[in-house]
Write a protein that binds this ligand. Structure first.
Ligand code: ADP
Ligand code: MG
Length: 256
């Protein structure tokens, strides 16, 4: 049965999408069956997996509005090595359209339960907000992966996310937990980053993943080729870090 993870952080530009597509590609590389769900109307995870968001006939939008199943709407990315339930600008409208509907925060959960035996991992790329879309992701997840840069304000933003996760855990999804904090875009030469990294470990202990993702230009270049960095340049430091992170995820899930 698939383990479902949200990649979430309400800040933009912190590395959610990069983490989603590269963790997915890393998991595929070590033999896992993976579905990526793009819950961001920007559609970056869709494009970064080699699926053209402008040419989606069906998307996660149709799934949330119950006019399509996941099996119908998903596509396989041959290059990336996993399946993608894509998103584009249309998804921005779902927020408003769902307001008047029943079980609105459980739409994705219901839809994913039909494919739970088809995958080992489902990774959900969340938008940079704590919105109805993110709530749909949190409602169906077993865990949240929180990518974060080791910067001065990183811990401050984290408390809003932690509170939201606690509320969802209490009211909507008792399975939900933070599986881990992932340090991304890390530069060990910067003293402040090392200090924040130490603070993170002091506060959150083994909730901080052992794997650290370095700042690496190949990871930033890969999306313009429609590929995860792990596939674009497997020998790069960034790609190797994500494959190592995928192995760590497999180990953590084994002990969940
Ligand atoms: P989010 O999804 O949280 O908005 P992205 O994953 O899109 O964040 O990352 C924001 C920007 O930072 C992108 O341009 C991406 O290519 C770049 N980026 C992300 N991770 C790394 C990294 N480890 N090294 C270098 N650039 C990165
Ligand atoms: Mg993103």
């Amino acid at each position: 049965m698939a383990k479902i993870f949200c990649v979430a952080n309400q800040k933009g530009g912190v590395g959610k999408t990069t983490t989603t597509v590269n963790l997915a590609a890393g998991l595929a590389k070590v033999g896992q069956r993976v579905l990526v769900v793009d819950l961001d109307p920007q559609g970056n995870a869709t494009m970064g997996s080699g699926i053209d968001k402008r040419q989606l006939e069906l998307s996660v939008y149709d799934v949330l509005l119950e006019s399509s199943s996941v099996a119908e709407a998903k596509q396989h990315s041959e290059k990336a090595g996993y399946d993608v339930l894509g998103a584009n600008r249309e998804l921005a409208g779902a927020e408003v359209e769902l307001v008047s509907q029943e079980r609105r925060e459980r739409r994705l959960k219901t839809a994913l339960s039909a494919v739970k035996d088809d995958y080992d991992f489902v990774l959900i790329d969340c938008p940079p907000s704590l919105s109805m879309l993110t709530l749909n992701g949190l409602c169906c997840a077993h865990g949240v992966v929180v990518p974060m840069q080791c910067e001065y304000f990183a811990l401050e933003g984290l408390s809003d996310l932690v509170n939201t996760i606690k509320q969802v855990h209490a009211n909507l999804n008792p399975d939900l937990q933070i599986i881990g904090l992932l340090r991304v875009m890390f530069d060990p030469r910067i003293t402040l980053q090392n200090q924040v990294s130490d603070q993170l470990k002091a506060h959150f202990g083994d909730k901080v993943f052992d794997s650290v993702i370095p700042r690496n230009v190949r990871l930033a270049e890969a999306p313009s080729y429609g590929l995860p960095g792990v596939v674009f340049d497997p020998s790069s430091k960034g790609a190797q870090a994500f494959v190592e992170f995928a192995r760590e995820m497999v180990r953590r899930v084994g002990s969940m």
